[in-house]
Write a protein that binds this ligand. Structure first.
Ligand code: AKG
Ligand code: FE2
Length: 409
């Protein structure tokens, strides 16, 4: 299916009617389009770091802004705004709410949470409402992970990609999430507050103004992700662990290789801490070769790999329609230089935690991957260009918002 022939997306559903009752909550089906779910999934699989609970990976907006990926906040902006409108309309509190937290959260094998309300700690009292958007499907992408409410209806939510559940953050909506027993359960979670002191936007804008204000098209590094502290990427499970960047590329059949500088010296030496090597230039390899391009660091390489898997169905369809047919199945730039990085790994554990995510029906093709590398550059630069257009407006109003006059859909 060529994207140019696709029909225009259907208009978003109208905002919900006000909810009433002792346990005010609402389950909205099909709130997010499949395309939005896939784009947010790409962001999370590229940028997610160790989460706030065991067996959880999270991508918060401040984390994106602080790691050179402020432009990746843009896909969240219209969603955040629609969710706030939906919550204000459902709970009849128009123009009253600020977003306190926006984040992608994945719950991996072993993750669960017992009965609680979302404002149940002194430092969470500001939370008034919750919105949880499901980005993938129970049953297909993972097992377990059903959301249950203690009282009232609906009493349990089986996550379906695109659905949203909104509820008051107080003890009228005590809830729990069953243990995830297999796969990775992905959500976009937002909390809303009436207290402007907890508004997420000013903090985000301060990060963004430090990192993303000036956009120089000639400066090719503008969209390269920067590692946060290394331990943010270390995922622990049962006293064991692995680096999230390594695990995510291994699962998709890649490994990291050393790079060489112009004089053919290894950029890294054997004495370097293996995990620190992921912050340095490197290459990507698969069984049949090492790709020619040098990536700025492991996160850069990971982001491109995830972009390829996001776009692989589209790329495969385009290739099949092109006159030259099926493309080459081997690495276009098979290199003997560069050796596999000696990183600690635990393939068994990586498989248990992230292994369920494979585009099994996608055959890996190097030509498509090469195309994905340049598509990723265009995608990132376009977002970066938009961000530098919007940022001055956002800074002057101290809020992140969609304005169709500056934000054409
Ligand atoms: O992901 C869900 O369904 C609910 C998550 C939740 O209860 C929480 O993060 O507090
Ligand atoms: Fe909760």
């Amino acid at each position: 299916m060529a994207p140019t022939n696709s029909p225009p997306p259907p208009p978003p559903p109208p905002p919900p009617l006000a909810v009433a009752g002792e346990h005010p909550r609402l389950h909205l089906r099909g709130f997010l389009s499949p395309e939005t779910c896939k784009e947010l999934e790409f962001v999370h699989r590229s940028c997610g770091a160790s989460g706030y609970r065991p067996s959880v990976v999270s991508t918060s907006l401040p984390h994106l802004a602080a790691t050179g990926c402020g432009h990746l906040i843009l896909p969240f902006v219209p969603v955040r705004e629609r969710l706030r409108d939906a919550v204000e309309s459902a709970f009849s509190c128009y123009f009253d709410l600020f977003v306190e937290f926006t984040g992608l959260i994945s719950w991996c094998k072993g993750a669960s949470i017992g009965w609680h309300s979302d404002d149940n700690k002194p430092y969470l009292r500001q939370r008034a409402f919750t919105a949880v958007c499901y980005l993938n499907d129970h049953g297909k992408d993972y097992k377990g992970g059903i959301l249950q409410f203690q009282d009232g209806e609906p009493s349990c939510i089986t996550p379906v990609a695109g659905d949203v559940v909104i509820y008051t953050a107080d003890n009228r909506n005590n809830h729990c999430v069953d243990e995830v027993t297999e796969g990775e359960r992905l959500t976009l979670t937002l909390w809303f507050t009436r207290d402007s002191a907890y508004d997420e936007d000013p903090k985000l804008l301060s990060f963004l103004s430090q990192t993303s204000l000036s956009y120089e098209p000639v400066h090719k590094n503008c969209c390269i992700p920067l590692p946060a502290s290394d331990n943010m990427y270390w995922f622990s499970y049962n006293q064991s662990g692995f680096d999230i960047r390594c695990a995510r590329v291994h699962i998709l059949g890649f490994c990291f290789h050393t790079s060489m500088d112009e004089e053919n010296n290894f950029v890294v030496s054997a004495e370097d801490d293996p995990i620190e090597l992921l912050g340095k230039p490197l290459r990507l390899g698969r069984e049949d070769g090492v790709f020619d391009k040098i990536f700025a660091n492991g996160l850069h390489a990971l982001q491109v790999v995830q972009f390829y898997y996001w776009k692989a169905p589209e790329l495969a369809a385009k290739r099949k329609q092109s006159p030259s047919g099926s493309g080459t199945a081997c690495c276009p730039a098979r290199q003997s230089r560069g050796t596999k990085l000696a990183l600690p790994f635990n393939h068994g554990l990586e498989q248990i935690i992230f292994g369920s995510y494979k585009n099994v029906d996608i055959e890996f093709v190097w030509d498509d991957f090469e195309l994905a590398v340049s598509m990723w550059e265009n995608y990132s630069e376009e977002l970066q260009r938009k961000l530098s257009t919007f940022l001055p407006y956002w800074l002057s109003s101290e809020a992140i918002f969609v304005d169709n006059s500056i934000f054409p859909q």
